[in-house]
Design a protein around this ligand. Structure first.
Ligand code: UGA
Length: 337
């Protein structure tokens, strides 16, 4: 199988590349603006990497799409602070740039596996979000946070329509707070400069307080990246075309904890297992901060976000296996050792 990965140097891209090279005989063609997280893959003869900007190298990409069996367009802005600070960039990259890829896939009838997001459900009131029945609930236009959710939602709808009316074979996967090594740069000191886990690790390393937005009672289901990648591998493999024209929530409904609990767990783990940083962890303060002060007026939050994973269970025979504390230890080993 020949796979095209755009954004291979990103969090999902690097883990997926590693997994494909280690466990299959598939060929990967890949592009990214950077390659710093792929150094260990670059010499593999089945990995054909080009440094480049997917918004500029459109001809090259179109050719690759024609020649490969499946495309994974993984390039996107996925940090909530940026949805508020630079909503147009989110729209231009996550929607417009990716739309060109989807159109090329439709033109060449090349299968596409697209990263949707748990964020499309927004403030859906369901206890567990279902791909086929849950409503997608976002806030008013002046809450700019939702531009990511709605850009991704519109793309889901466009892909669905290409599937139904133009014969495009697709799968959509919705990661629910995947985490693990290489998630974000923990040395980015800006509040909101990365996603919550890496933000908190960075706070502890720098001896700063951890800021709990609106008190940190909001909950997330944290999903260890290896579990997520296993599901993705099965979607790519697509035995008997089971994943064709389907949407899959890929998350860990069991590991549903509040952001405050996440902060407390991190402090506990670092204090117990990483002696070089224990003093800093023990000294850290958890402070409540108003979302308006942390992210700005354009922010609105999701209180509860639990996936139904029956589609992934039944169709892909997939189950998340990694307990939160085990996954956090592996992540901390990467950042602290
Ligand atoms: C994320 C991002 O939108 C995407 O990466 C992704 O599509 C999606 O979730 C997903 O992976 O499922 P969110 O979970 O809100 O959205 O983003 P985080 O930055 O990880 O924040 C989680 C929670 O922690 C939010 O409620 C946020 O307000 C809070 N937070 C964040 C804090 O309390 N303190 C901080 O310093 C940072």
């Amino acid at each position: 199988m020949k796979i095209l990965i755009l954004g291979a140097n990103g969090f999902i891209g690097t883990h997926l590349t590693e997994s494909i090279l280690a466990t299959t005989d598939w060929q990967i063609t890949a592009m990214d603006l950077m390659q710093d997280k792929l150094d260990h893959c670059i010499t593999n003869p089945r990995f054909h990497f080009t440094l480049g900007d997917m918004t500029k190298q459109t001809e090259w990409i179109d050719q690759q799409i024609q020649q490969c069996d499946v495309v994974l367009p993984l390039v996107a802005v996925a940090t909530p602070a940026l949805y508020v600070q630079d909503p147009l960039r989110v729209f231009e990259l996550d929607f417009e740039a990716n739309l060109a890829i989807i159109r090329s896939c439709a033109r060449h009838q090349t299968r596409v596996i697209f990263p949707s997001t748990s964020e499309v459900y927004g403030m859906c009131p369901d206890e567990a979000f279902d791909e086929e029945t849950s409503v997608l609930v976002t806030g008013p236009i002046n809450k700019e946070r939702w531009i990511y959710s709605t850009s991704k939602q519109l793309m889901d709808r466009v892909i669905y329509a290409y599937g139904k009316h133009k014969g495009l074979a697709y799968s959509l996967f919705r990661p629910f707070n995947w985490y693990g090594p290489r998630l974000d740069n923990v040395f980015n000191p800006k509040p909101g400069g990365s996603r919550v886990l890496t933000q908190f690790i960075g706070n502890i390393l720098r001896g700063e307080s951890i800021q709990l937005v609106n008190g940190g009672a909001q909950q997330r289901c944290f999903t260890y990246v290896d579990d997520g990648i296993q599901a993705l591998m099965r979607i790519i493999e697509n035995k008997n075309n089971v994943a064709d024209n389907r949407i899959f929530n890929i998350g860990n409904p069991v590991e549903n904890i509040s952001i405050r609990q996440l902060a407390e767990t991190l402090v506990k783990l670092i204090s117990a297992h990483y002696p070089d940083y224990a003093e800093k962890a023990n000294a850290v303060q958890l402070v409540n901060v108003d979302a308006k002060n942390y992210y700005g007026e354009g922010y609105q939050d999701v209180t509860l976000r639990v996936p139904s994973i029956s589609a992934a269970r039944e169709v892909l025979s997939w189950e998340p296996k990694t307990q939160l504390e085990i996954g956090l230890r592996k992540t901390l080993d990467y950042y602290l050792r």
